[in-house]
Design a protein around this ligand. Structure first.
Ligand code: ATP
Ligand code: MG
Ligand code: MG
Ligand code: MG
Length: 478
């Protein structure tokens, strides 16, 4: 089943059941806590938080999402993209737990010729929050799922909250067992991050309210919400992965053609060698993400969203070089991605001139950076090795950054490929000193993104990467 058909089925299933289909919000929806929209619920937050009256009691959408937090996972796991689409259904004080579970189960297991996804019931597992007996009862008694395929998981995986006062609640996730050839038995709770049990749908039951002031889990739970909400998220790429008989998200119909073209350009065969395969998957993922992010209006830069975009484009270009393709890659790959995405997002075609100009320009700028900095980098590596060191000095990393425009993570990646670590602390110290000097020079000078400065402070104090790579990383610690 093609991705477009999965999207269509999801929306019509919920529309037929009284949900209003709402178009995806822009990736750049204004939200003080987020750099990019990272879930379907983001555009509905005012309704979920009770700040605005929803114009409809139920909604369904396919939301464009970016999760920079997952960037290192891309290509290595079977299931993480930087850009992906989240199918969702939402209830604003309307139906709750039982109906949400019934609807999800119905759509998953309904035969394909009756508008469902036709998944094999005996392969589906569900997880519920440790203390959510109500959900466990609905699954086993109402739905009739075997208790052997229901697992209870803790706060980290099956409890949702925004990390701030407001609604929160347990969730319940649906996983598909891909079979013993992908790992040992034991269920999703033992296979977190593994290849065998694929989490594809998260049902969030917003049922409690957190107050402010620190409690055991950050904020104390005050009690039940007067209006309980449902927020669900099903990864469109993950459902495509399951329904297309392929091995991972990157082999699905919206992404694979880019991978295939990249392999062609580099004269490589996909499936022969693990490292090559990972690189090809990263390229395919990142090219699509760049297309979608620039499509929504971001341009490459050194701060915030622009930096995330820059990093994604440069990673794709670098992987192509490491695969042996040294020519301009984006003009070859981007049109392939456009071809797969423009039916769902016709604005990409209308904006094509602008999009490819921005992305091709960034590739060219990066080639320039590499031309000027690689020699210096090689020299630093040679010196370090000659001196018997195992770590690039902070000053060298700083110089590469400051003089040659090498982003820290690029130096980190390149050093790792040469078997070296880097003195991150020393580098960070020099960066802080430089930042302080800049501050002293121009006290009132503002940074690019309006909300960024406050978060950069948090990121720094958490000791995260010096280059700001997104609010997601801050969120994860919140
Ligand atoms: P995982 O544990 O696999 O990282 P998650 O628990 O972080 O996923 P949720 O926050 O529950 O994901 O998001 C809801 C759904 O969105 C997931 O069940 C999955 O289908 C999809 N999803 C989440 N992250 C990604 C991603 N990086 N790429 C593709 N799909 C994703
Ligand atoms: Mg995740
Ligand atoms: Mg998960
Ligand atoms: Mg989840």
């Amino acid at each position: 089943m093609e991705t477009a058909e999965i999207r269509r089925r999801f929306l019509s299933f919920f529309e037929e059941r009284g949900h209003t289909a709402v178009p995806s919000a822009s990736l750049l929806l204004d939200d003080p806590n987020l750099l990019f929209v990272n879930a379907g619920m983001v555009q509905f937050k005012p309704y979920l938080l009770g700040q605005e009256t929803p114009p409809y009691p139920r909604a369904t959408s396919v939301q464009k999402c970016v999760r920079t937090l997952d960037i290192e996972e891309v290509g290595k796991t079977t299931r993480h993209n930087t850009f992906f689409q989240m199918n969702g259904n939402f209830s604003f004080g309307d139906y709750f737990k039982e109906r949400a579970i019934e609807l999800a189960w119905d759509l998953c297991t309904r035969p394909e010729n009756e508008g469902g996804f036709g998944l094999d019931e005996s392969k589906l597992w569900v997880s519920v929050y440790l203390e959510d007996d109500e959900a466990a009862r609905i699954w086993t008694q109402k739905i009739g799922i075997s208790p052997n395929r229901l697992v209870r998981m803790g706060m980290a995986d099956n409890f949702w909250s925004m990390g701030v006062p407001g609604p929160c609640g347990p969730c319940s996730e649906i996983h598909l067992d891909r079979g013993p050839e992908y790992g040992p038995d034991g269920g999703p709770e033992f296979d977190l991050g593994g290849d065998r049990f694929l989490e594809f749908w998260n049902l969030v039951f917003m049922q409690y309210e957190r107050g402010d002031g620190p409690g055991k889990e950050g904020y104390p739970i005050l009690g039940e919400l007067p209006a309980k909400n449902i927020d669900t998220g099903m990864g469109l790429e993950r459902m495509a992965f399951l329904l297309q008989g392929v091995d991972n998200n990157y082999e699905t119909d919206e992404i694979y053609p880019v991978l295939d073209r990249a392999a062609d350009l580099a004269g490589r065969k996909y499936g022969d060698d693990h490292d090559t395969d990972v690189r090809l998957r990263v390229v395919a993922d990142h090219v699509r993400s760049a297309l979608m992010i620039v499509g929504d209006g971001v341009t490459p830069g050194n701060e915030g969203r622009g930096y995330v975009l820059r990093r994604i484009i440069r990673r794709a270009v670098r992987q192509m070089r490491l695969l042996g393709y040294e020519d301009h890659a984006m003009p070859e790959l981007l049109p392939v991605s456009l071809g797969r995405m423009k039916n769902s997002y016709p604005e990409l075609q209308q904006e094509w001139e602008r999009i490819h100009t921005v992305i091709d320009g960034e590739e060219e700028a990066f080639r320039q950076t590499l031309r000027s900095g690689t020699q210096i980098f090689d020299l630093a590596v040679d010196e370090t090795k000659k001196a018997g060191g195992s770590s690039l000095a902070g000053a060298q990393v700083f110089q590469l950054h400051d003089t040659f425009g090498f982003p820290f993570d690029l130096t980190l990646e390149m050093a790792a490929e040469r078997g070296l670590s880097v003195d991150e602390e020393g580098f960070r110290r020099l960066m802080t000193e430089q930042r302080q000097r800049a501050k002293d020079d121009a006290r009132s000078k503002k940074t690019g993104h309006a909300d960024l400065s406050a978060f950069r402070g948090i990121a720094d104090s958490l000791g995260r990467q010096v280059e700001f790579t997104g609010y997601d990383e801050v969120d994860s610690d919140a």
